[in-house]
Design a protein around this ligand. Structure first.
Ligand SMILES: NC(=O)c1ccc[n+]([C@@H]2O[C@H](COP(=O)([O-])OP(=O)(O)OC[C@H]3O[C@@H](n4cnc5c(N)ncnc54)[C@H](O)[C@@H]3O)[C@@H](O)[C@H]2O)c1
Length: 415
């Protein structure tokens, strides 16, 4: 399909969350764009935003679209297996409504095979159409990184894979309106490439986290070691820390699930997960041993956690390892306060900590868990003004590792 004829088409984004809505906005600058979500309250809010996206909770409008992108959540069950219930439900809605000739594209992160083996049969069953002749399918994983102003949609190559050459070409013409594209061999390859992105990060972070456990036992500072090691030309930079979010801690289990089904036990991938999940315990142990070393009973200790979202500069508290850290600290009867400029006091209390809106209080320990931009200047210096050299300052990501002032103001530790 030529670019000129592509812009005569209509796209519909199904699922207007962190991923779907920015995608809809990007398309809406070039092509008629509909946004469908089952959450009526969200639709009401989005309807007030002045954009070209026409938002709706009426599924019948999906029938007006030539391309439908499904951007719904993919979660894990409590046994760490993929929970595809949102995809199944969205596929059922799309299957019932889609018009003949439409191209249905899955954008959600999935393990290899979901587009062909799960999406396709649901669409066929619900529509009564035959895939290949009456409609086409494809996969194009989303790579948006919420809170990142550099790697934005328009500057990030998008992998696309249609079920045949014609579909891939049409998808290429469509997605080229908003970014550069890479044509993968098929949807299984594109699905596999997507999970590799997160698995590679998870396993590499796990290695550095394991090194930090070892160096901590040996009384060596991991940051000092890494700084020395990175002078080697082929060194890969990763820092120790807690791993949260909707992708990195989840996606390795997607591939582990299919690997196990195929008869292979992915020991390394699973070991990476276990190592990273252990980090909140490791941090708790560091705090407890430091408090005890200075004669402080942890049950009388007061700690403030700075930054309570799953990552910096994002007001999202889902899939959040800080919650695990809070739980671990409270098991030692420590009084835990929380401060986060991106969250309301109500949101902070819901995480199980006492919300703080001021730094007037001197506590035993600050944990800089998530270094939002506001923390880089100590929240306009307020934090620095109450500093004391006997206050433990645990800087999980080593944000101030190179800042001699902060290291002098507090009893400063990194992992
Ligand atoms: N958030 C990220 O950082 C990120 C990054 C890359 C990829 N992804 C992947 O993108 C996908 C979407 O993630 P997200 O973070 O945007 O999720 P989200 O929870 O922010 O949004 C999902 C939206 O889908 C809607 N929805 C659920 N079921 C629906 C249905 N049947 N029909 C219509 N709408 C429905 C929900 O109401 C919600 O608005 C997931 O597979 C995720 O793994 C997420």
């Amino acid at each position: 399909m030529e670019q000129s004829s592509i812009t005569d088409k209509t796209v519909c984004i199904v699922g207007l969350g962190y991923i779907g809505y920015p995608l809809a906005e990007a398309f809406s600058n070039h092509i008629p764009t509909l946004g469908f979500d089952i959450d009526k309250q969200k639709i009401q809010k989005l309807a007030n935003i002045p954009t070209n996206v026409r938002v709706t909770s009426d599924p019948t409008l999906i029938s007006t679209a030539d391309f439908v992108m499904i951007c719904v959540p993919t979660l894990l069950t409590k046994d760490n297996e993929p929970d595809l219930s949102y995809i199944r439900a969205a596929a059922a809605i799309v299957g019932k409504q889609m018009k003949k000739g439409a191209v249905i594209i899955l954008e959600s992160t999935v393990y290899p095979g979901v587009t062909e083996d799960i999406l396709r049969p649901i669409l066929e069953k619900e529509s009564g159409y035959t895939c290949g002749s009456d409609f086409k399918i494809g996969y194009s994983p989303e790579r948006i990184n919420p809170g990142d102003d550099v790697h934005i949609l328009s500057k990030t190559t998008k992998i696309i894979a249609g079920m045949d050459k014609e579909t891939t070409d049409d998808m290429a013409a469509l997605y080229s309106l908003i970014t550069t594209v890479y044509l993968a061999k098929d949807s299984r390859t594109a699905e596999a490439a997507r999970v590799v992105e997160n698995i590679q990060r998870d396993v590499n972070i796990a290695l550095i986290n394991e090194l930090s456990y070892i160096f901590n036992k040996l009384g060596i500072n991991t940051k000092d070691v890494l700084e020395a090691a990175e002078t080697k030309w082929n060194f890969h930079r990763y820092t120790p820390g807690i791993v949260g979010g909707h992708c990195i801690p989840t996606v390795p289990y997607f591939l582990a699930y299919t690997a196990k089904k195929s008869g292979y036990m992915p020991n390394m991938i699973l070991a990476g997960r276990a190592t990273n999940d252990h980090m909140t315990r490791f941090i708790t142990d560091i705090i407890i041993s430091n408090l005890k070393a200075r004669g402080k009973n942890p049950a009388r200790a007061e700690i403030v956690i700075l930054g309570l979202t799953y990552k910096e500069n994002v007001a999202d508290t889902r899939d959040n390892p800080v919650v695990e850290l809070i739980k671990n600290l409270k098991e030692h009867d420590i009084t835990v306060y929380g401060y986060d400029p991106l969250l309301s006091p109500k949101q902070i209390s819901q995480l199980g900590v006492v919300p703080l809106d001021t730094f007037e209080r001197t506590v035993d320990c600050f944990i800089l868990a998530v270094p939002h931009a506001q923390f880089l200047n100590g929240v306009n210096g307020k934090l620095w003004r109450i500093a004391k050299s006997d206050i433990l300052f645990i800087d999980i990501k080593g944000t101030f590792y190179k800042d001699p002032k902060i290291r002098k103001l507090f009893d400063y530790r990194t992992l």
